[in-house]
Ligand binder design. Structure first.
Ligand SMILES: O=C(O)c1ccccc1N[C@@H]1O[C@H](COP(=O)(O)O)[C@@H](O)[C@H]1O
Length: 214
């Protein structure tokens, strides 16, 4: 099966178009004011219009106000919600929309327990632990992750991925999808077209290799 690609933290039409051209399956917009990648509801809705029918717009929140999530759902009806904070299952489920739940990994994180808790999630998105909640550009110890298929949901791997390590990550973890933000930037918050293309090409090459028994 092909590894799904989510590219996150987009803020401009040209970088969203670069993601589409490179073969992204999902493009993420960060709605978290402390982040250098933050966009407003109006900006996210306008950027989502550059996606084709087969690309999913994802909006990332960290402990959001209810009303902000409702505004996003109204402005982008096809949105996939990503909760990257401390939101309990009851919070994530109340919108009756598909969602990803981010889990920040520490050595003692019980991912099987998280999988039981967030059974309604489309996927668990595993990221390195960071006080800033995410977007750190740091990877974590992938051996903390369970075997493929062990979770009740799909697994999306994130945290410090880039074109140099994503192939190794795919071989080690065999995730449903991969997600990147810092690894496709030339400076914090500044997306780089060439890195976007290189990241997607590295995922596609890893998939080809796996298909041919490499
Ligand atoms: O991108 C951010 O600024 C951000 C802020 C708060 C929570 C999550 C954030 N980003 C997400 O973090 C992971 C890993 O990012 P990176 O590739 O290590 O930079 C990814 O899902 C980002 O979208």
């Amino acid at each position: 099966m092909r590894t799904r690609i989510k590219l996150c933290g987009l803020q401009t039409p040209d970088t969203v178009q670069a993601c589409v051209q490179a073969g992204a399956d999902a493009v993420g917009f960060v709605m978290y004011p402390p982040s250098p990648r933050h966009v407003s509801v109006e900006q996210a809705a306008s950027l989502a219009r550059y996606l084709g029918a087969w690309q999913t717009p994802v909006v990332l929140f960290v402990n959001p106000e209810l009303d902000v999530v409702r505004q996003v759902i109204q402005a982008i009806p096809q949105v996939l919600l990503q909760f990257h904070g401390d939101e309990p299952p009851s919070f994530c489920e109340q919108f009756n929309r598909p969602y990803l739940k981010a889990i920040r990994m520490k050595a003692d994180t019980d991912l099987m327990q998280a999988s039981d808790m967030y059974q309604s999630a489309q996927a668990l998105l595993v990221d390195s632990w960071s006080e800033a909640y995410g977007g750190s550009g740091h990877s974590f110890d992938w051996s903390l992750l369970p075997k493929p298929g062990a979770l009740k949901q799909a697994l999306v791997l994130s945290g410090g991925l880039d074109d140099a390590n994503v192939g190794q990550a795919i071989r080690a973890v065999m995730p449903y999808g991969v997600d990147v933000s810092s690894g496709i930037e030339s400076a914090r918050g500044v997306k780089d077209h060439r890195k976007i293309a290189r990241f997607c090409a590295a995922v596609q090459a890893a998939d080809m290799n796996a298909q041919h028994g490499g």
